[in-house]
Write a protein that binds this ligand. Structure first.
Ligand code: NCD
Length: 311
């Protein structure tokens, strides 16, 4: 299984073949996990887990992934406890990391920072979220979840709801979906619309998409990808207060759907997704978070150029 990349920085770098390889690799990892045969595949390898921004799922699933493969993890969390708070540049930090670890995963509030990190080192660097930029590994697990829930991506009508402006998971998933024959429905307040650069790309790639503020557009979608209004990205607090309760998806609303709409959410959720949805069979967001481990195990293997055994 050929993976022609050293780093994972941006959804753009993935060809359709790369995406299929990640999905196949993840399915193999799931089998290996089920047969208790994954442990030891990355024996002796060290992952540096560098999280300069809040995270629960992404950090813990990467660390779990490395542990389940039999590798080891070193970690630093927050600027406060790293030498960056003493004025060290990210470049210098990465130069050290290269000597300590075989692969690094980084989350950082500044868009483009993972590319700077990758430029400093010869070990693989994985972008786990760079500000309002990209979050490619989340998009890969979103794609894997769609496959698992719907058996295929082709032909689906996929609705994106919420903060399309600042939501980096949406930015990455939309870029990956251009490789599939799907219809995209963008649902947001005008002030949180998908940035023009992404819409331009969709037009250039001839991806069918519509934009609306009307949440009822979800009733005709096969998949609803709900997102949190990204409070921490707003420069103007009043603007956040005005937009924070734009949509709330609850069970009563979803019962109006004309299709069995699968509900995805990268999590964490706040006001936009009610807990009364959780026990609906179409609520897939906790399964989605769980797939994060297998997807990231596959990515660690691929980046470290290790063959994922088929059993
Ligand atoms: C997302 C993120 O960090 O961008 N969370 C995640 O990685 N699962 C979404 C969010 O914070 O809203």
């Amino acid at each position: 299984m050929d993976f022609p990349h050293l780093h994972i920085l941006d959804a753009d770098q993935f060809s359709r073949v790369d995406l299929e390889n990640v999905l196949t690799g993840t399915a193999r990892i799931e089998k290996l996990l089920g047969a208790n045969k994954a442990f030891g595949l990355l024996d002796g390898k060290i992952l540096a887990s560098l999280f300069f921004e809040s995270s629960t799922r992404t950090r813990l699933s990467f660390e779990t992934a490395m542990n389940r493969l039999g590798g080891r993890v070193i970690t630093t969390v927050g600027f406060q406890f790293s030498s960056i708070s003493k004025g060290e540049t990210l470049y210098d930090t990465m130069k050290m990391i290269e000597a300590y670890a075989d692969i690094a995963v980084i989350r950082h509030p500044v868009e483009g920072s993972s590319r700077i990190a990758a430029g400093a080192v010869s070990i693989p660097v994985i972008n786990a979220g760079d500000g309002i930029g990209q979050h490619p590994t989340q998009a890969l697990l979103d794609l894997y979840t769609i496959f698992k829930e719907k058996n295929a991506v082709e032909g689906l009508r996929i609705g994106f709801v919420g903060d399309l402006k600042y939501g980096r998971t949406i930015h990455s998933l939309i870029k990956m979906l251009r490789h599939y024959n799907v219809e995209i429905v963008l649902i947001s307040p005008v002030d949180l619309a998908l940035p023009e650069s992404y819409r331009k790309e969709l037009r250039r790639e001839n991806v069918k998409f519509e934009e609306t503020e009307d949440i009822k557009a979800l009733w005709d979608c096969d998949v609803a990808y709900i997102t949190r209004i990204q409070e921490e990205r707003f420069a103007d607090r009043a603007e956040f207060e005005r937009l924070k309760d734009s949509y709330t998806i609850n069970r009563a609303f979803l019962l109006g759907s004309r299709k069995p709409t699968t509900i995805l959410h990268p999590l964490p959720r706040v006001a936009e997704l009610s807990t009364d949805v959780d026990d609906m069979p179409t609520a897939a967001y906790f399964r989605q978070a769980a797939y994060g481990v297998a997807v990231r195990m596959a990515l660690l293997m691929l980046c470290l150029k290790q063959e994922i055994p088929a059993i």
